[in-house]
Design a protein around this ligand. Structure first.
Ligand code: NAD
Ligand code: UDP
Length: 339
């Protein structure tokens, strides 16, 4: 059975392609490589022994998407990762973000409808919850007004899926709300490839330990948390990739309870920035050079997931211990430097 993975050369997409192939699915990828490198295909092939089909396509181009579906009539499901994802950049370039992220989803769903492809899994984010009043957040926790155009595209994409599902009864649409994806494949053949100076904590941390950055800034130690630093739910990228495989299976097996569903995908445990740094030091034996600085604008204080629904309905649970995840990211960073 063939799954169409948009954005499959990217960080989460590539790990998901590996899990799909290792679970017997065929994969075809479309990606415009705006935030990824074609060499990732070599990494996927090294791990799985299979080079997935690939086409360089801009999903925001409706005609190209139609043409793609017309040529791939054996696709039974789509996982839509392709999106721009830099929160800060989205504030500077809102139109680019709305155009890219909304059009690509609408183009994909429109072509699915035209060519009779029924099943879609979409990459959403815990950003839709903002700073929730009650933690952990469940799927019933009200969404809050997004802090950035990027966050808003996720909320709007969810709304598009919800509204389409009401009238396209044959279609099965499912959103996974990722918490904070981190880590790399244990083989070190694929991992995160940040462009320029990383914004996210883990790539900044590993680049600091590697000597590429001078010092890691911890943004804030005056939050209302046990050690004062902000709390997130860090989910291993391979665990996250596995969640897509079970979500696809749920749709293909007709086990979904509604034709639009959404699930939290996290570990269920919150870790503070300082706890994460110390866990990294324990896992790798390396020392992290960091200093406490002021809060970063737009950051929320704390969020972590209640994953009961995903555990029960998808039969999925995060399983990689945080130390193993952190050892893998360090191995990946060293691999990048030796290339
Ligand atoms: P990524 O940038 O590594 O991967 C996205 C891929 O999509 C890239 O390969 C990029 O080239 C491609 N792409 C973007 N726009 C495209 C277009 N118009 N046409 C074709 N290809 C296009 O990002 P990622 O971290 O792997 O994220 C994957 C998805 O998960 C995104 O939708 C992102 O918003 C979402 N998400 C990510 C995180 C995170 O922290 N990484 C958290 C929550 C949700
Ligand atoms: N963070 C930090 N220093 C950095 C990058 C991030 O202290 O250089 C903190 C950030 O303030 C947040 C957490 O690490 O509390 C996770 O940030 P990241 O950007 O990785 O993900 P976000 O939760 O913002 O999506």
């Amino acid at each position: 059975m063939k799954v169409f993975v948009t954005g499959g050369i990217g960080y989460i997409g590539s790990h998901t392609v590996v899990e799909l192939q290792q679970n017997g699915f065929e994969v075809v990828i479309a990606d415009n490589l705006c935030n990824s490198n074609i060499k990732v295909l070599d990494g996927i092939e090294q791990i799985t022994g299979v080079r997935p089909e690939f086409e360089k396509i801009d999903l925001a181009d409706a005609e190209k998407v139609q043409d793609f579906f017309s040529r791939h009539r054996d696709v039974v499901a789509v996982i839509h990762f392709a999106a721009l994802k830099a929160v800060g950049e989205s504030v500077q370039k809102p139109l680019e973000y709305y155009k890219n992220n909304l059009n690509s989803l609408m183009n994909v769903i429109t072509a699915m409808r035209e060519f009779g492809v029924k099943n879609l899994v979409f990459s959403s984010s815990c950003t839709v919850y903002g700073q929730a009043d009650i933690l952990p957040v469940t799927e019933q926790t009200p969404r809050k007004q997004a802090e950035s155009p990027y966050g808003n595209t996720k909320a709007m994409c969810e709304d598009i899926m919800r509204d389409v599902a009401k009238v396209e009864k044959e279609m099965n649409l499912l959103a996974l709300r990722y918490f904070n994806p981190i880590g790399a494949h244990p083989s070190s053949c694929i991992g995160e490839l940040p462009n320029g100076v990383p914004n996210n904590l883990i790539p900044y941390l590993t680049q600091t330990v590697a000597g590429i950055r001078e010092q890691l800034s911890v943004f804030g130690d005056d939050y209302n948390t046990p050690d004062g630093s902000a709390i997130r739910d860090y989910i291993d990228v391979v665990d996250l990739a596995r969640a897509h495989v079970v979500a696809i299976r749920r749709l293909l097996d007709g086990k979904n309870k509604a034709n639009y569903e959404y699930f939290n995908i996290g570990t269920g445990t919150g870790l503070s920035v300082l706890e994460l740094i110390h866990a990294f030091e324990r896992a790798t034996g390396e020392k992290v050079n960091y200093k406490i600085v002021g809060r970063r604008a737009g950051d929320i204080e704390k969020v972590w997931a209640d994953t009961t629904l995903a555990n029960r309905e998808l039969g999925w649970k995060a399983s990689v211990p945080i130390e193993e995840t952190l050892a893998n990211v360090w191995k990946w960073q060293k691999h990048l430097m030796n290339k």
